[in-house]
Ligand binder design. Structure first.
Ligand SMILES: Cc1cc2nc3c(=O)[nH]c(=O)nc-3n(C[C@H](O)[C@H](O)[C@H](O)COP(=O)(O)OP(=O)(O)OC[C@H]3O[C@@H](n4cnc5c(N)ncnc54)[C@H](O)[C@@H]3O)c2cc1C
Length: 412
């Protein structure tokens, strides 16, 4: 990619470990390794001794609450500088004659002949976009607005089954490089890697509330610290430098939505949630082919919008080992009995996420599936099964969580 884009995207292949904390998880890892090998991917299950040899800072002793029994090891895995990739693509696209309009907000999608108000909606045909810098005629419009996807789709009269949920990450002060691999624990809902500058980069599961706020929360840092220190007690005195959040476009089946919509000429490439970066290049190619040929290529055909009305969901929760929490709870693994902060706790106003729209989209209609305008302080429960919904207070409380059930039936 660096050669093709003529830009150093700082790709560092350093190995990727998904830790197994139980026999059941180890079984799942073995199964995943077999599938990977069948697909030609270099990956295998390693035992705790090999894990320790690769990452000496991990505590693989049996005395921990969640002992590391082994891992799924993927040697070609690594990290890449996402901003460098985006700059590389931007520059290459511009060189090919693509016009990029920065700081230009789309405020409306122009549609004619549709069944809905103003000629929008199913049966209509897209004619252009209205932007903060004027109207642009266009026979084809692609919605790839990720966390804002449902707002943009609503401008064309198209409803998307997408909710918007923040995903937080954090980074420490730089320390001497000691961590050579990317380490992920699906059970503890954390991942960690170290940049070439020495900062440790952490992430966890999506926040348990659907909101457009990108404010960091104390719960996230607390849960993260508790979980990561179970894996690497030696980093207890390393200080966090900053934390941030981005907006993830979550679908009911955790799979993206790609292809046509009921409005002719209006395409979507959305719903990537927590794992859309790595899928960017191929999904762009596939959607371009879909637009050029008028037919969805085989690779993306199953991910069409119609699957939600035709009962053809594509369960893809496994695509993000950490980014989603099956229970929709804060992913902290505290010792039982020690209750954490509640997002609704009256004594913790600083920890309450504030619902706020990004400047520029504040006055746009809320998407159909995220009804009602979010006002400051609003909390919206994520889509949960009815049984979980009944325990809503529970859902928003940072406390000991149940084991995560792998979509394929195994329990981690
Ligand atoms: C903390 C965090 C960690 C992540 N880690 C990973 C990872 O390790 N691997 C991975 O694969 N993925 C990861 N992801 C997910 C990944 O970042 C996203 O899936 C991906 O960036 C989505 O790309 P996109 O191009 O679809 O949308 P985005 O990059 O979100 O771009 C959407 C753009 O649309 C613009 N927009 C919105 N509304 C309008 C409007 N009305 N008019 C004009 N423009 C508009 C926005 O400003 C934005 O620039 C992570 C996400 C977060 C938040």
């Amino acid at each position: 990619m660096s050669a093709e884009l003529n830009l150093n995207v700082m790709f560092s292949q350093r190995g990727h470990l998904t830790l197994a904390h139980s026999d059941a998880a180890l079984r799942t890892m073995r199964w995943r390794a077999e599938v990977n090998v069948l697909e030609g991917v270099d990956s295998r299950v390693i035992d705790a001794g090999e894990v320790k040899a690769l990452v000496p800072s991990l505590d693989v002793s049996p005395r921990t609450a969640h002992p590391i029994l082994g891992a799924l090891y993927h040697p070609p895995g690594g990290i890449i500088r996402h901003d460098a990739v985006v700059w590389g693509y931007g520059r290459a696209a511009a060189a090919l004659g693509v016009e990029l309009h920065q700081e230009t907000e789309v405020s409306d999608i122009l549609v004619a002949g549709g069944d809905g108000p103003d000629g929008k909606g199913p049966g209509g045909r897209v004619t252009g976009v209205r932007t903060s810098r004027g109207d642009i005629n266009a026979p084809v419009v692609v919605n790839c607005a990720a966390g804002w996807a449902s707002i943009v789709a609503a401008m064309a009269g198209v409803a998307l089954p997408i909710t918007t949920t923040p995903l937080q990450a954090a980074v420490t002060e730089p320390v001497k490089v000691f961590l050579s691999a990317v380490v992920v624990s699906g059970s503890l809902h954390v991942y960690v890697s170290q940049t070439d500058r020495g900062e440790l980069v952490f992430g966890a599961a999506v926040d348990p509330v659907a909101t457009y706020s990108t404010r960091g929360s104390l719960e996230f840092v607390e849960g993260l610290a508790g979980n990561i220190l179970q894996l690497m007690p030696g980093i207890a005195r390393v200080r966090l430098l900053r934390q941030w959040a981005g907006l993830c476009d979550m679908t009911p089946d955790y799979s993206p939505v790609m292809g046509r919509t009921p409005v002719d000429g209006f395409f979507v490439d959305v719903g990537w949630g927590t794992y859309g970066f790595k899928a960017g290049p191929v999904s762009g190619e596939q959607l371009a082919a879909c637009i050029a040929t008028g037919r969805a290529p085989a690779l993306i055909a199953a991910f069409d919008l119609a699957r939600f009305t035709e009962d053809r969901l594509v369960g893809e929760k496994g695509a993000a080992a950490v980014g989603t929490d099956a229970a929709g709870r804060l992913p902290s693994l505290r010792p039982p009995g020690r209750r954490g902060l509640s997002l609704l706790g009256r004594d913790q106003p600083a920890a309450r996420p504030r619902g706020h729209h990004r400047p520029g989209v504040a006055n746009l209609p809320a998407p159909a599936c995220q009804r009602g305008r979010l006002a400051a302080g609003d909390l919206v429960l994520p889509s949960l099964p009815p049984a979980r919904r009944a325990g809503a207070q529970h859902t928003l409380t940072n406390e000991f969580r149940e084991p995560v059930v792998d979509p394929r039936g195994a329990v981690e």
